[in-house]
Design a protein around this ligand. Sequence first.
Ligand code: CA
Length: 225
Amino acid sequence: MRILIIEDEAGIVRFLERGFTAHGHGVVTADDGENGARMAVEEPVDLVLLDISLPSMDGHEVLKRIRQKRTGLPVLMLTARDDLRNKVDALDGGADDYLTKPFVFEELLARIRALTRRADQQQSARVSHGDLTMDLLSRRAWRGENKIDLSSREFALLEYFMRHPGQVLSRQQILSAIWDYAFDPGSNVVDVYVRYLRSKIDRAGAPSLITTIRGSGYRFDPGTK
Ligand code: CA
């Protein structure tokens, strides 16, 4: 899971970063509200930890910005003290949960597990294999940290491969799935688009994620590359 930490206290950020990394999560950080709000909306993150008192824009305003663009993104607010007013405001503003500082890391992990279980049920709009991720709602795709710009056909083709990992897909299957009108069976449109897609998703010098199976078609092998 990729977690965005929006927090200006460097000590807390380091503590959280260490903990999450040790548990196999990816971490991105922002130390002010303005950047945090932008990253939550633009970056492929799965959860946001949001401090309330922040430079440039406070946590409540950041939350408002996030909710305008990404309603389903789980947001857990951090409150500095046992401040009922802030907690009520956070939940009213659309936060999924809050935690009062200081907290025990294990408790934070438990809250996150509960939140992401809920989020998984709400949005199955994300598909990922290996380090490839697609967001079917915003129509965006990433390989690792890098955003991939895809045309709508390329996006549809990649989604089709992502939904059938490890299977050999014939050109005819791909044609009828992606190009819903009858194409000349002699057409090489599938091969052309697979080439486009490879040039965008593959890493230079590394084997392609899409293997050509001679005489049969293509197989998407995300796990083995
Ligand atoms: Ca703070």
